[in-house]
Design a protein around this ligand. Structure first.
Ligand code: TYD
Ligand code: MG
Length: 451
C-alpha cells in the first residue's frame, strides 16, 4: 500500500508546511499547525489540445438574462435579509455564537417553508430536535431529519429523498470518508463544503450550513469557506436581551445592508415587525440623558433610544464606556463638545448605551448621542416627542444624512412632534405634520434645546 502523504496545515489560514512550525509565516498566528492527510491529486497527464473537455468561453452579450428563481420561506425577516428568498442552488452559511439561536432559526425556517426539507444535524439527536420542534409552530409536513456526520452519506440520502432545501447543522461536525483528519479541521471543512456545493449547483437545491464562530467572532475554519459559499449570514445579539439580529455579510444575490430583527420567546423566534417600538423604552416620565434617533438600516427606518450618563470623575482618568456605539467615535464627539460647547472632558465620566442591545453603524446617530450627553450633563430632560438625525463633523458641523424624508416619516408615524435634522439648503418638498428644525452647528442645537 502506498504510504499516506501528510502535511501540516494551518487551521487559521490553510497554509501548508511539510514540518510542524510554531508560528504560521502566512497569517502570523501561533500554534495553528496540525497534521492532516493529503488527498492525492490526480496526475496531470499529458496536456492535449484536442481532447480537453470543460466549458468554452462565450460572449457576455450572448448570455441570456436569467431571473434567479427564489424559494420564499414565509419567514419575512429571513427572506428580506437574503434579498427576497433563498436562491435555488445557492449555498448559505449562517454563523453566530453558541446559544444565540441558529438551530432554532433554521428549524423554524424548515417548518415555515412549504417544500420538502432535509434537516441534518451532527450536533443534536432526533429527540432533541423533536422537543425543539414541538415548541415551535409547524406548518410543514415534509421535514426529514437525519443525524449524520459523513458528507457522502448525506449526499446519498439527499439523492434518494430529493429535498428542495437542505439544512446542515453544522459544517464543523461533517467529515468526508477518505480524509483521515478529524471533523472540524480545515481539510475536512473545505472538502465537505466543496462536495455540498457541487451537489447544490448540480441539482439546484439550496443548502444552508451552520458555522461556528471563534472567540474573535469570525467563522471557525478556513477563510476559504466564506469564499466558497454564496451568502454569509451572521446571527447576533446580546445574551442579556432577547433580541436577535440577522445580517448578511456577503450576498451574491442581494444587498448586504438589510437586517432582520427577531425576538427569542418561549415558542421560538418571533419576527419584530415594528423595530422602533422595541428599541425604545416607554417611560411616562421624562428623564435626563435620553434622546431618540431616527436611523436607517437597509431599507427600513426606525427609532433608537440613546441613553447617556455623565458624572463627575472620581479618579484621575475619566471613564468612558459605550455599548452599541463605537467607543472611538464617542471620544471624538466628546472632544467636539469640549471645543464647541465647553464640555469639561477631563473631569467627567461618560457612559453611553443604545437601548435594546442594538449596534448601530449609521453615523447619523451622532447628533442624538451628543444631545443625550448634553442632557445628562445639564441634568435636563429632552421632551420625549423630540428626535434627532445628523452626523457630527470634527469642527462641530452637522452633516447630511441619507434618506432624510424616510427618517422624518418614521418619526411622524410614531407620533413625534419635533425632529432636528441637518440644514438642507433647499426647501423641503414634503409637507409634514411634525415640526422640522434644521440645524448646522452643535452649539445651535444646544441653544435650541436648553435655553
Ligand atoms: P439554539 O438554537 O440551540 O442556539 P445555537 O444553535 O445558535 O447554539 O438556541 C438555544 C437557546 O434558545 C437556548 O438558550 C434556549 C433558547 N430558546 C428559547 O428561548 N425559545 C425557544 O423556543 C427555543 C427553541 C430556544
Ligand atoms: Mg445549534
Amino acid at each position: 500500500m502506498a504510504k499516506q502523504k501528510t502535511a501540516y496545515v494551518c487551521q487559521n489560514c490553510g497554509a501548508k508546511s511539510p514540518k510542524w512550525i510554531g508560528k504560521c509565516p502566512s497569517c502570523n498566528e501561533w500554534n495553528t499547525y496540525e497534521e492532516e492527510i493529503i488527498i492525492s491529486s490526480k496526475s496531470p497527464g499529458i496536456f492535449s489540445q484536442t481532447n480537453f473537455t470543460g466549458n468554452k468561453p462565450i460572449l457576455i452579450n450572448a448570455i441570456e438574462n436569467s431571473n434567479y428563481s427564489r424559494l420564499s420561506t414565509s419567514n419575512n425577516e429571513f427572506d428580506r435579509v437574503l434579498g427576497g428568498g433563498i436562491v435555488k442552488g445557492s449555498v448559505i452559511l449562517l454563523g453566530g455564537e453558541p446559544g444565540i439561536g441558529k438551530s432554532t432559526l433554521l428549524l423554524q425556517v424548515a417548518q415555515q417553508i412549504s417544500c420538502k426539507v432535509l434537516y441534518v444535524s451532527g450536533e443534536e439527536n432526533a429527540e432533541q430536535i423533536k422537543l425543539r420542534s414541538e415548541r415551535l409552530k409547524s406548518g410543514n409536513e415534509e421535514i426529514y431529519f437525519l443525524s449524520e456526520i459523513l458528507t457522502e452519506n448525506i449526499i446519498n440520502h439527499a439523492k434518494n429523498i430529493k429535498p428542495e432545501l437542505i439544512i446542515i447543522d453544522s459544517i464543523q461536525t461533517l467529515r468526508v470518508e477518505h480524509v483521515e483528519s478529524s471533523a472540524g479541521t480545515v481539510t475536512q471543512i473545505r472538502e465537505s463544503a466543496n462536495r455540498l456545493l457541487e451537489y447544490a449547483k448540480e441539482n439546484s437545491v439550496p443548502i444552508i450550513l451552520v458555522g461556528h464562530i471563534t472567540k474573535d467572532g469570525s467563522i471557525a475554519g478556513p477563510k476559504v469557506l466564506e469564499h466558497i459559499v454564496d451568502t454569509v449570514l451572521q446571527f447576533e445579539g446580546d445574551n442579556n436581551f432577547n433580541y436577535r439580529i440577522l445580517r448578511a455579510f456577503k450576498n451574491r444575490f442581494g444587498s448586504t445592508t438589510e437586517m432582520g430583527i427577531y425576538e427569542m420567546q418561549q415558542n421560538g423566534l418571533q419576527e419584530v415587525k415594528n423595530p422602533s417600538e422595541m428599541l425604545m423604552s416607554h417611560h411616562a416620565e421624562q428623564y435626563s440623558g435620553i434622546s431618540i434617533c431616527s436611523t436607517i438600516e437597509g431599507a427600513r427606518a426606525f427609532l433608537v433610544e440613546v441613553q447617556a450618563l455623565v458624572s463627575t470623575a472620581a479618579y484621575g482618568t475619566p471613564q468612558r464606556s459605550s455599548t452599541g456605539f463605537d467607543a472611538k467615535r464617542l471620544n471624538m464627539l466628546l472632544a467636539v463638545l469640549e471645543k464647541r460647547v465647553g464640555f469639561k472632558l477631563s473631569t467627567k465620566d461618560v457612559f453611553l448605551n443604545l437601548a435594546g442591545g442594538l449596534k448601530v453603524k449609521d453615523t447619523a446617530i451622532d447628533l442624538a448621542v451628543i444631545c443625550a450627553i448634553l442632557s445628562s450633563d445639564v441634568d435636563r430632560a429632552i421632551t420625549l416627542q423630540t428626535c434627532f438625525v445628523g452626523e457630527v463633523g470634527l469642527s462641530g458641523e452637522i452633516r447630511q444624512a441619507q434618506r432624510i424624508d424616510q427618517r422624518i416619516s418614521e418619526a411622524e408615524k410614531l407620533g413625534f412632534k419635533r425632529i432636528f435634522i441637518p440644514m438642507q439648503g433647499k426647501e423641503m418638498t414634503k409637507k409634514t405634520s411634525i415640526e422640522v428644525i434644521e440645524v448646522d452647528k452643535v452649539e445651535h442645537v444646544f441653544n435650541k434645546l436648553f435655553s
